[in-house]
Design a protein around this ligand. Structure first.
Ligand code: AMP
Length: 377
């Protein structure tokens, strides 16, 4: 066990690192952030920050010496660096888990090997998209195998798409071509697991994306109790099989035909879990602290139905701070801003939540507040 008072290291200095650091500090830990770029959201609140690239082994070893345990808020770190860290201190999740989750092809292979269902897919090497599309069938989507987040590096292929052009766009990159899934909704489940194998599964979040970026998360998800239980069991089984220590977010498609398909595995806190800060008995960040430090895991109940809305840089028109009055004046709404230095289109700057006795009321209020912010009403 790593008790309060010790130092936890975090790989990555973005918004998730900031929210993690705040939760860790509330429990009495020191936080040391490792992040290549200065001036990020986590560094502003961390007790210490190292600025060095993720392949600087000397800097990573010095960081490890200061930390009783290291975790991550960003998983795309060279595996040799992860192995060097794991040799020098406790690293949760392990390099093997992070390695699988860093690449769509490896992840799909692992899921298939372990009999977890995912969309039909095929590998496309060096822009050979046409052959993979022929195997999978149209419509489908080409995704770079190395993760680009928030829908970057993706292209939908329909009957009208020119495959030569598509191939040219992805030349030189390993890709996965996935059959298009007609889904009733997108869901995610966050699981926490300790080294001793204790597991807690958060309630399902129903996620609405706009232009491939998460827009709304609705908790509890509007699915039947049977579907919720099946999704939670599936996520728990995946976390167990993977042997992850820390958090694992399992992104799911719930298809038109009532089938759950795994879309992605994310071995860290997830944007769709932010509702838990205001609406959960334990936030996902506190749960990550508990899991990686070997503390007892916290209860995962929903205190009140909650909707989370992402705040993207597009709202800062001409660089001007939006008017937050409507959100701040709403008794059951909470505003969270991440201290990003600069608003950029598509950049996650913060989020807000709305709680209500039922999700439909919370969602209607969240939509109203979002429209007000955007100046639409
Ligand atoms: P991803 O980066 O794989 O999570 O994809 C981002 C978003 O694109 C997903 O959350 C879906 O809304 C959409 N998407 C990705 N893959 C598919 C698919 N095979 N079928 C339908 N929609 C998809």
């Amino acid at each position: 066990m790593t008790p309060p008072g010790q130092t936890i290291g975090v790989l990555g200095g973005g918004p998730l690192g900031r929210l993690f650091a705040q939760a860790a500090q509330n429990l009495g830990y020191r936080v040391h952030v490792f992040e290549p770029q200065a001036g990020g959201p986590a560094g502003a609140v961390a007790n210490e920050e190292t600025h060095a690239s993720y392949d600087n082994l000397a800097a990573l070893r010095a960081f490890a010496r200061d930390c009783a345990v290291v975790t991550c808020e960003f998983e795309n770190i060279p595996v040799d660096s992860l192995r060097a860290l794991a040799a020098a201190t406790r690293l949760h999740p392990s390099p093997d888990v992070l390695h699988i989750c860093q690449n769509r092809q490896r992840e799909k292979h692992w899921l298939g090997q372990n009999k977890f269902s995912h969309a039909v897919c095929a590998e496309a090497l060096d822009g050979d998209v046409a052959a993979a599309v022929a195997r999978v069938g149209r419509p489908c989507v080409v995704k770079t195998a190395d993760f680009d987040h928030d829908g970057r590096g993706q292209m939908k292929i329909t009957d009208d798409t020119d495959l030569e052009q598509a191939g040219a766009i992805f030349r030189g990159r390993r890709c996965v071509v996935e059959r298009w899934v007609d889904f009733a909704c997108e869901l995610s489940v966050i699981v926490a697991r300790t080294e001793r194998g204790e597991i807690r599964v958060f309630p399902l979040s129903e996620n609405i994306h706009t232009r491939n970026i998460l827009d709304f998360s609705i908790v509890p998800a509007r699915v039947s109790a049977a579907v919720a239980a099946e999704a939670q069991q599936l996520a728990s089984d995946i976390a167990q099989k993977l042997g992850v220590v820390g958090l694992l977010a399992v992104e799911l498609f719930f298809t038109d035909r009532g089938v759950l398909l795994v879309n992605e595995l994310v071995p860290r806190p997830h944007n769709s879990g932010h509702w838990s800060i205001d609406g959960g008995e334990t936030s996902q960040f506190e749960q990550q602290v508990r899991a990686v430090c070997g503390l007892p895991l916290g209860p995962v109940g929903v205190r009140e139905p909650t909707v989370m809305v992402n705040l993207l840089g597009d709202l800062w028109r001409g660089g001007r701070e939006p008017d937050w009055t409507a959100i701040l004046a709403e008794p059951k709404s909470k505003l969270h801003l991440y201290g990003q230095r600069e608003p950029r289109p598509g950049r996650k700057m913060g989020h807000f939540t709305v709680r209500a006795p039922d999700v439909e009321t919370a969602l209607a209020k969240a939509r109203e507040l979002k429209a007000k912010l955007a100046g639409e009403v």
